[in-house]
Design a protein around this ligand. Sequence first.
Ligand SMILES: Nc1ncnc2c1ncn2[C@@H]1O[C@H](COP(=O)(O)OP(=O)(O)OP(=O)(O)O)[C@@H](O)[C@H]1O
Length: 741
Amino acid sequence: MKHPDDDNELFNRLEAEMTADSGGEVVDLDKARSAREQSADPTARPDANPSADSAPDRSGTESGDPTARVLVDQPTAKAAGPGYLGRLLAAKRRPVVPVWLKSLAELRTASAWVARHYAHSVGYHALRSPVYAARLTFQAPSGAAKFVGATMRWVADREGEPVRLAAVRREDAAEYLKLSRQRDGRVRLRTLVAVLAMFIGLGSALAIYVLAPDWLQAVSVGAVTMALGYAGRKADDPVIHKAVELPKAVKLTSDIVLRALGSLGIPAINQAQGKGRDGFEFTAPITRDGPGWRAEGNLPYGVTVTDVIERRDRLASGLRRPLGCVWPEAVPNEHTGHLVLWVGDQDMSTAKKPKWPLLTSGIVNLFKPVAYGTDQRGRWVEVTLMYIAGIIGAIPRMGKTFLLRLLLLIAALDPRAELHTYDMKGTGDLDPVGNAVSHRHAAGDDDDAIEYALNDFRALREELRRRTKVIRSLPRDICPESKVTSELADKRSLGLHPIVIGVDECQVLFEHPKHKDEFEEIATDLVKRGPATGIVLLLATQRPDAKALPTGISANASARWCLKVMGQLENDMVLGTSAYKRGVRATMFAWGDKGIHYFVGEGSDARIVGSAYVDGPAADSVAARARKVRETAGTLSGYALGEEPETVASAYDLLADILAVVPAAEPKVWSETIVSRLAELRPEVYDGWDPDALNAALKPHGIATIQVGRRVDGKVVNRRGIERAHITAAISERNGKRDAG
Ligand SMILES: Nc1ncnc2c1ncn2[C@@H]1O[C@H](COP(=O)(O)OP(=O)(O)OP(=O)(O)O)[C@@H](O)[C@H]1O
């Protein structure tokens, strides 16, 4: 038996669901009521919503009553989504002024290109003008003959001759008479005009010959000769050739886009097109966007932009364009089937790029964005090197080192920045920067270079700690955000100038058999705490996996540059978890796409950027300029001045210091006791160390902490500590090795 309350419950639920679905929209209560009535009538059809007919199982039976049905589809079109106001709120307005018109840089670039185009044309023709003049003069007699002939034909009304002859052939005397009379009148008039023109022409020529100065005579004769020469030109041999052959970029039309999408082999698109539909719903007209075309629209249900990106090569084939011209993209915050297809006029890898603005002049403020590459549309893309930690990943030979060097050159052009450059590949790619301006620099993966880098990393850790203390001690009004600012970096007494560390092939450090843990620990600290203290770590690797790029580092990097990689794993290691799934796939880059990469940073989603190409000699000249600026500012230091670094290890010897503060009478001591004694012994080094820091610093020596029990107030308290014998053993092992060495 059905309880009357069941009806009310159903009605309430209907109301609740409809209100929830429509986001507080008006619900058609009549329909809802009729649904209630129908479900109350056991003979009535249990489905109140005709639109649910086709749905196999859209009913709910949660109430336990199998006849009770829940409306899933909205009963009226009116309640089918947000209202007019809601839609307006979510509406995306297209910019009134196109972006390219608002961008001063783009306008400047475009104007420069147009100016260069015309300057080239003028130069081209100016150089050839004597040849043009000679050829025209040579053609002038034939032009004169053509002119005289054409004039005589005109005077004699030759154009009417075929009609007159036709009248003769037809033997139409009346028609012929009419035409002859018309011709006689015309010939008389034209003869008069010709004689008049001849007199005026000859009179003018005579006047010029008698009265005009020489230059006017020369100009007049020249002009007449050139004009006659032009009249004497041959159709198949023009005197003036085109200075510039403009490439003919095929206009992108909806038919071409649909043809290309149909060639991808995506079943949903093919099925739709097979049934005569488009298989793609354009949401905006195809427009010019920079030096290319932009098409935008929705793919069929279930097809995602990543499905298209995966088949970029087939798309390029379908569009009949080079691969480097075809750039399908997902739109952030849109549904995953919303495709933006940008088709460039020229291949991005071969298109002529504008000159990098810093190549020949200018310095940099690292706290401000600096242009380092161009996007597909040729617009400059900027990067702010402060407050970031960055990773660069790619398979070999795609331009990773060039990109790292470019970023380091940018850093070099801020005279305040202290550079630490490590080229672990050892081919000298970073030498232009290193030799000219670096405070610390090493190349190669031999023991000396590793020791040098380790020593520097240790010093950087100390510097990081010092900086955190300085920042903490600064008054709020000077350092409101507890981070280094450009103004703070200017105050030399604080020592908060930017420090930029660049490591190429960083896997050499993080996979080093002996020091990998220490490198990893320091680098993780620099990635996490460095950005706020003005320390920037840039790591490049050709093998972005968890070993080469420990996850503590890759997860915390805030800037990412990913050139071509081979698989999802590497892609996501560099660009961040699930980047591949979101369609940000550096796997789609072609082998020829050197320097082209996805850039994630500057607070925006992944962008495709082609980095500015600065080769070795150009890098040398930029670095030489940076050195000069530093010499003037008095900020050149360290390696660039030929100074050897003080080895941190020799400045303090942790093991010896521990022995100094732990007498032989204490075989086992708590870590906290040791760090407080060390801080007393050498406050400039150990101040601020905690047991964890001590533990981390001892790890590379192969010393682990142990449980140490001590009696406090009659009770045994266990804490982490160190056994003195381990320290002495480590020292004798070290000394033994050194002696052997
Ligand atoms: N922005 C660029 N534009 C055009 N070509 C570039 C660009 N950057 C690099 N290249 C070309 O790519 C080649 C390889 O660059 P690079 O040495 O930086 O590669 P890599 O990824 O560091 O290689 P490896 O892994 O062997 O060190 C260079 O010789 C250069 O000619």
